[in-house]
Design a protein around this ligand. Structure first.
Ligand SMILES: Cc1cc2nc3c(=O)[nH]c(=O)nc-3n(C[C@H](O)[C@H](O)[C@H](O)COP(=O)(O)OP(=O)(O)OC[C@H]3O[C@@H](n4cnc5c(N)ncnc54)[C@H](O)[C@@H]3O)c2cc1C
Ligand code: FES
Ligand code: FES
Length: 499
């Protein structure tokens, strides 16, 4: 199909630091970081070009689901610039000037939060996003841990240090940077004219715009609806879907991948919705993980445990469940949790939709039953949820690291008996998988240490774990067994702690 049947091509345009700019010449696969730097905005830096360091962080204006705008920090090295057509963004140099620094820049200078300065523009953008987060309260209002204590990463001003989890600094050290973050006040509500970003939060984020960019290295298209995306996909089976682009960016930057056609599906309305119904929760495939966390809160405890352990805030502000399932990676963190939740998937194509259990989705190493003309539309989590759930991720670093092994548990207990057990695993086979033998060994048994030990021995034999640079097969099996023992220990110590 001729892409022009759906869309009219124009030069994409963006509002950058308050000024309208055209995309101009350049390949369709140009990342936002490449575009900014080649257009004179060299504040954003390239450290790694794979989402690990945050030196490239910028602010984008995203809808906040209440009719206003949320300033959202993202890794510009991973985003196709064309996908920002019609959008507004700020870089560190747009936030303030040496004569009139932004409060975040002032705080960083006062706390000695910058030495070589390479990481500083990225830190400033991540910090500014948290500065403008409307829900940021005081320490007393900060989310509590399971024991009711304020989370250790919340400052006295309610600043959530996770906002900086995707930013690395190699020479200042993190204490001065944390001091700067914890010293921040709030944007003055009475004086919006002095702070355009604070004022901008009260009006709608820029709407989506259909985009068609045809260049020598490929074609970039943003379809406005699911129907348009499905028609394009049906006509171009070699096309690559681009949702949060956190995998796309790595493929483009590090593996020099150039798809003949990239179809942007982030913020396509049908893929961007979360609906809580009486019998299920439906999460659109293109909803960013940070948004799922915000909208669902504690509604699905297993997702509540999973999401903060998934990459960094910068990545989570873009990464989606559809993209996580689209890669079909055996070490993705989404599938183990979604398998334990007995999630079903809706796949959509121009021919219609079908729904299937996630457990039937994966067929082999990075292969699935999804046809070339289909995309993941949504995940459906059945209700009610199991009462005892946990997500255990074993990785070399606590945050911003891929799993060596992951296990998600969802157990239903009735009178101390396990009436139903669902366990999802990652990192122990060519595909994510359900630990069915362990589930069977738990079903109908009393939830005692003996049962947990017996089931842990079975769990250690599930899958076919490998030795690789992340972990040995023996370590992976041992970690699975430990995860189940930990679940038991945590659940019984919680019961004992209850008055
Ligand atoms: C620094 C860094 C850290 C990371 N840490 C983690 C981590 O801790 N845990 C983890 O699991 N992953 C991690 N990832 C991988 C990545 O962030 C996730 O896989 C993410 O969920 C991908 O979502 P996305 O929307 O950004 O995907 P995209 O990059 O947009 O797409 C990825 C793939 O999925 C396909 N796709 C996208 N949407 C759909 C859809 N709706 N239907 C069908 N196919 C689709 C695309 O065509 C593409 O092939 C990390 C990545 C980076 C760069
Ligand atoms: S350059 Fe390192 S995260 Fe973008
Ligand atoms: S100030 Fe040098 S890397 Fe952070």
């Amino acid at each position: 199909m001729d892409n022009n049947e759906l869309l009219a091509g124009t030069d994409p345009a963006f509002t950058v630091n308050g000024a309208l700019r055209q995309f101009g010449p350049g390949p369709a696969n140009t990342t936002a970081l490449e575009w900014l730097r080649s257009n004179g905005l060299t504040g954003a830096k390239e450290g790694c070009a794979e989402g690990e360091c945050g030196a490239c962080a910028i602010l984008t204006a995203q809808p906040d689901r209440h009719g206003g705008t949320a300033w959202t920090a993202v890794n510009s090295c991973l985003i196709p610039m064309a996908s920002l057509d019609g959008q507004e963004l700020f870089t560190a140099e747009g936030l303030g000037t040496p004569a009139a620094p932004h409060p975040v820049q002032e705080a960083m200078a006062a706390a000695g939060g910058s030495q070589c300065g390479y990481c500083t523009p990225g830190f400033v953008c991540s910090m500014a996003a948290e500065y403008y987060r409307p829900e940021r309260g005081t320490l007393e209002q900060a989310p509590a841990d399971d024991g009711g204590r304020p989370q250790p990463w919340s400052g006295p001003n309610g600043f959530d240090l996770h906002a900086l989890s995707g930013n690395l600094c190699r020479c200042t050290g993190y204490r001065p940077i944390r001091d700067a973050a914890y010293s921040l006040g709030s944007p003055a509500p009475g004086k919006p004219e002095g702070d355009p970003l604070a004022a901008r939060r009260g009006s709608q984020a820029p709407p989506l715009r259909s985009t068609l960019l045809e260049r020598g290295d490929g074609v970039f298209v943003r379809a406005a609806t699911l129907g348009q995306a499905a028609v394009l996909l049906a006509a171009n089976p070699g096309a690559v879907l681009v949702a949060g682009s956190t995998d796309w960016g790595v493929e483009v930057n590090l593996r020099a991948r150039r798809a003949p056609l990239a179809i942007a599906i982030d913020r396509v309305p049908e893929l961007d919705a979360i609906e809580v119904r009486a019998n299920e929760i439906e999460i659109g495939a293109a909803v960013p993980l940070s948004e799922i966390e915000r909208v669902l809160g504690d509604r699905v405890p297993l997702l509540r445990q999973l999401i903060p352990q998934f990459a960094s805030r910068l990545i989570r502000n873009r990464a989606t469940l559809g993209g996580n399932l689209g890669t079909a990676s055996p070490i993705g963190d989404g599938p183990p949790a979604l398998l334990a939740l007995e999630t079903r998937l809706t796949l959509a194509s121009a021919a219609g939709e079908r729904t299937l259990p996630l457990a039937d989705f994966f067929t082999g190493y990075r292969t699935t039953v999804r046809q070339a003309d289909e995309l993941v539309k949504s995940v459906l989590i059945p209700l009610p949820l199991a009462g005892l759930t946990a997500f255990h991720k074993v990785a070399k670093r606590r945050f911003d690291d891929i799993s060596s092994v992951a296990a998600a548990f969802a157990l239903t207990l009735d009178g101390g008996i396990v009436t139903r057990a669902r366990i999802g695993l990652g990192g122990v086979a060519a595909t994510p998988l359900r630990a069915r033998a362990t589930e069977n060994s738990l079903a109908g048994r009393p939830w005692t240490r003996e049962t947990a030990e017996a089931a842990a021995a079975v769990l250690a034999t599930e899958g076919t774990p490998m030795d690789d640079h992340r972990a040995s097969a023996r370590y992976r099996s041992a970690m699975l067994a430990n995860a189940l023992l930990k679940l038991h220990a945590d659940s019984t110590s919680e019961q004992e702690a209850r008055p």
